[in-house]
Design a binder for this molecule. Structure first.
Ligand code: ARG
Length: 464
């Protein structure tokens, strides 16, 4: 067994094959290649800036890394698991071509290197997922816009509660995703600190310029000032961003899962409020009539996976002594998968939602249930000066009466309702007009048509 090329000096034997296989991370961290190269190029320029490398050496390193990057992007690079991770694979390949590369790791450790790579990755990944969240929100807005006059029952306890427009219901999800945007933006900003220069744990005795590297990598504030981490021990062991990113994906997944559940219910024969497109549903191998909402179900299922990633990261980090421990290599698969699954869910559920068609007849039939406006009838009595608690009781008695006579609430006679309370005038049934009920709800946040149109316009502007 050969000794390891980068750290093998004190070893008489290389790792067992089983150990090599167990400890490699290049199979998954190779997706950091372009950030690792970017970090190394900035580091080399900085080393030349402070006189540790000559300009010629730095130029050769930067150019060699550019060539490697092109090879990796073209799929022509062979990753070697014996070299453990993306960092050593790239450094070794570079050293074989550029002698000066033997100086590249000066004043650097893989600990601050991987922390830097991941911060660059988080800055990139958050921008990626933000695009997908915004695209998804636009689909929600399109569907909300198209369904401002389709009314459905809103539910509490999965019991019919009060009417709302389909638009108002969909706009609830726009709000949730709007908070997801903020969460990802916060992760983006928190990622924007450069840990390079922290070394393995305690920095370096060499005269490096951390601000130079930070600026070269874009770790700067709004005024262009370098942002460098303030404690070398924290910088190499901190995994908060992993938790925050996984959490942001987890909450976003949770929102998509709740929407999926609504779509699954609405698409059922029992509700029948919508039909989902053939392109995002599947059939049954046995029952020829079936059209199953699998896309929404998978999104609901994958949200469980996203929440698992948060749990895995918490458990991994919580008992670790400072600073770096190899356990932390396991930090990457959860966040990589969190990005992949969140993007996939946003795109698939976006496609499903885009193809969703409302069934106005079924929605109208469901929302025609006058019991949905029993609360509005309470308000009718309140307007006539009856205390709310008493009015609530009176309408309760009306509901009981209707049940007793086996008629709908609005089918009771004037004599029936006046027998229960003398305040009912002949206009009492007007409370059961859904359009009027919606138009009466024009205060902020309510489902009134003007409110809904205003929210759609505001969000469109926000996303423009
Ligand atoms: N592949 C390692 C990881 O992802 C890089 C850091 C290795 N550092 C070390 N001291 N072995 O965690």
């Amino acid at each position: 067994m050969q000794t390891q090329a980068t750290w093998g000096g004190r070893f008489s034997s290389g790792p067992a094959e089983l150990m090599q296989h167990f400890s490699e991370s290049v199979s998954f961290d190779q997706r950091l290649a372009r950030f690792d190269i970017q970090g190394s190029q900035a580091h080399a320029r900085m080393l030349a800036h402070v006189g540790i490398l000559t300009t010629e050496e730095a130029d050769a390193i930067v150019q060699g890394l550019d060539e490697l990057k092109a090879e990796i992007e073209a799929g022509n690079f062979t990753w070697d698991p014996k070299l453990e991770d993306v960092h050593m694979n790239i450094e070794q390949a570079l050293t074989q071509r550029v002698p000066a590369a033997a100086k590249l790791h000066t004043a650097r450790s893989r600990n601050d290197q991987v922390a830097t790579d991941m911060r660059l990755w988080f800055k990139w990944a958050t921008l990626e997922v933000l695009q997908d969240v915004k695209a998804f929100m636009r689909v929600l807005l399109d569907q909300a816009e198209a369904h401002q006059e389709v009314y459905i029952p809103g539910y509490t306890h999965l019991q019919r509660a009060q009417p709302v427009s389909l638009a108002h219901h969909l706009l609830a999800y726009v709000e949730m995703l709007g908070r997801d945007l903020k969460r990802f933006e916060r992760v983006h900003d928190d990622a924007n600190w450069c840990p390079l220069g922290s070394g393995a744990i305690a920095g370096t005795t060499l005269p490096i310029n951390r601000e130079f590297t930070a600026r070269a990598l874009g770790f700067v504030d709004a005024d262009g000032r370098a942002r460098v981490t303030r404690n070398s021990m924290d910088a190499v062991s901190d995994r908060d961003l992993f938790l925050d990113f996984a959490h942001a994906c987890g909450v976003c997944g949770l929102h998509l899962s709740r929407l999926s559940e609504d779509l699954i219910l609405w698409n059922s024969a029992e509700f029948g409020f919508v039909t989902l497109p053939d392109t995002f549903t599947t059939g049954s191998s046995l029952m020829p009539q079936k059209k199953n909402p699998d896309a929404a179900e998978l999104v609901r299922g994958k949200s469980g996976r996203l929440h698992g990633h948060v749990a895995a990261l918490y458990t991994m980090v919580k008992g670790l002594p400072l600073t770096y421990n190899r356990d932390l290599q396991e930090d990457k698969p959860p966040v990589f998968d969190a990005l992949d699954q969140t993007q996939a869910c946003l795109r698939v559920l976006g496609g499903t939602l885009q193809g969703m068609r409302a069934r106005p007849d079924r929605c109208a039939a469901a929302v025609a249930d006058p019991a949905l406006l029993a609360t509005d009838l309470v308000d009718y009595l309140v307007r006539k000066g009856i205390p709310f608690r008493q009015a609530h009781h009176v309408i309760g008695a009306l509901v009981a009466k209707a049940e007793e006579k086996d008629v709908k609430l609005n089918e009771l006679s004037d004599a029936d309702v006046q027998g229960i309370h003398e305040a009912f005038a002949p206009d009492w049934r007007e409370a059961f007009n859904v359009e009027r009920a919606m138009q009466a709800r024009e205060r902020p946040g309510m489902p009134g048509p003007k409110q809904v149109a205003g929210q759609i316009a505001n969000w469109r502007q926000h996303l423009a």
